[in-house]
Design a protein around this ligand. Structure first.
Ligand code: PLP
Length: 384
């Protein structure tokens, strides 16, 4: 069944798998076995649930967006991942993987980060569990996201600038995977989204499933549409997992400049086969978005599959629509969301009242994070 069991050989239809150097195959296999074991171990699950509750602040609320709903002629519920510790859904996955790393006897976490949100969450979990953390970040992103670099360092992590390639997330991910190869016995590669080689797409979706499970139980009735923004696709995958067995339509919203589903083609990136933005030679192309967290040329393989079989659909919005959406949500509901999350909001603003979202539709939208990190860019007039 989709979005449920462990995918056989890590494959989601034509997508997924494990395309890594031979030296990483044993580590991936060990990780898959450890996760399989931990996920059915009540002690592990209880410890994670406890941390999610007393440390990360779960369950996050489902907030009815009353004024915006009235303006749009729909019923809109917001799943508030912006209220989770460190300000986004990333903490759900990071706490799970950090506990797993400790279970495997690893003492060091290695992670990639783009905007810095995943790096901050990883540095946070490392501090909490007494592990060390090395975070790879493109030097261009370091310049753009000084505040998050400072937060990571304050939490005790080492931030390593990556100066090759486009000096952004794609290159930071390459470097982090190289660092893992070099220290595979004592480190855990803590990937931040539902990409990468098996078991990551499955494991990260399972760690994010808590979003969808909570939202399903909190929703007053079954939504007609479930909407989430998509970078690599982890907040969307976790949300969709809670509604996969219902009739709710699942909609992922990508940045128009990073639309792997709409503008990409099948290819291999960072150890998995999925939809990837590519140039004419098949090289991984640059993504560009106002939201650094969506500035990624790939998408998780399960999304590629859900799109291929028509269970989920993927749409795009422009940077200009996103800037309008973040302001409109702030004024209507008193919530300043992340630029990433504003992609989902922008799609709902555009489509409410159209055949895609007819008047009276019930819509559940995951607000993946809070907007504090984006205030400087917005105040400097980040426009499309
Ligand atoms: C990282 C991030 C995203 C994009 O990641 P997904 O894996 O697609 O969820 C979206 N929103 C916020 C707030 C983020 O920090």
């Amino acid at each position: 069944m989709i979005l449920m069991a462990e995918p056989a050989a890590g494959r989601f239809g034509d997508f997924g798998g494990r395309y890594v150097p031979e030296s990483l195959v044993p580590a991936c296999a060990e990780l898959a076995a450890a996760f399989r074991d931990a996920w059915t171990d009540k002690t592990f699950r209880d410890e994670l649930d406890e941390l999610l509750a007393v440390y990360a602040g779960r369950p996050t609320p489902l907030t009815p967006a009353r004024r915006l709903s009235a303006e749009l002629g729909i019923t809109l519920w917001l799943k508030r991942e912006d209220l989770a510790h460190t300000g986004s859904h990333k903490i759900n996955n990071v706490l799970g993987q950090a506990l797993l790393a400790r279970r495997l006897g690893r003492t060091r976490l290695i992670a990639e980060t783009g905007a810095g949100q995943h790096g901050v969450a990883t540095a946070t979990a490392a501090a909490l569990l007494g592990l060390s953390a090395t975070i790879y970040m493109g030097s261009r992103d370091i310049e753009r996201q000084r505040l998050n670099v400072f937060r990571m360092e304050m939490l005790g992590a080492e931030v390593v600038p990556v100066t090759g390639g486009s000096r952004t997330l794609k290159d930071a991910t390459n470097e982090a995977m190289r660092a893992w190869v070099a220290d595979v016995d004592s480190s855990h590669f803590l990937l931040g989204s539902v990409g990468g080689p098996h078991p990551y797409p499955w494991m990260v979706r399972e760690f994010q499933r808590v979003i969808g499970t909570e939202a399903r139980a909190q929703a007053p009735s079954l939504p007609d549409a479930v909407v989430a923004c998509v970078g690599g696709g982890s907040n969307a995958a976790g949300t969709f997992a809670g509604f996969a067995d219902t009739t709710a339509r699942l909609i992922g919203v990508e940045a128009s400049g990073g639309a792997a589903m709409t503008g990409g083609a099948p290819g291999v990136v960072h150890g998995t086969r999925s939809m990837v933005l590519q140039d004419a030679e098949g090289q991984v192309a640059e993504a560009s978005s106002i939201a650094a967290g969506l500035d990624y040329p790939g998408i998780g393989p399960e999304h590629a599959h859900l799109g291929a079989i028509g269970r989920a659909s993927y749409r795009t919005v422009t940077d200009a629509e996103v800037v309008t959406a973040i302001h409109r949500l702030a004024r209507a509901e008193g919530i300043i969301c992340a630029l990433e999350s504003a992609h989902a909001v922008a799609w709902v603003l555009r489509e409410a009242g159209t055949p895609l979202l007819p008047a009276g539709s019930k819509v559940l939208l995951t607000l993946s994070g809070r907007g504090d990190k984006d205030m400087v860019a917005l105040s400097e007039g980040a426009e499309a």
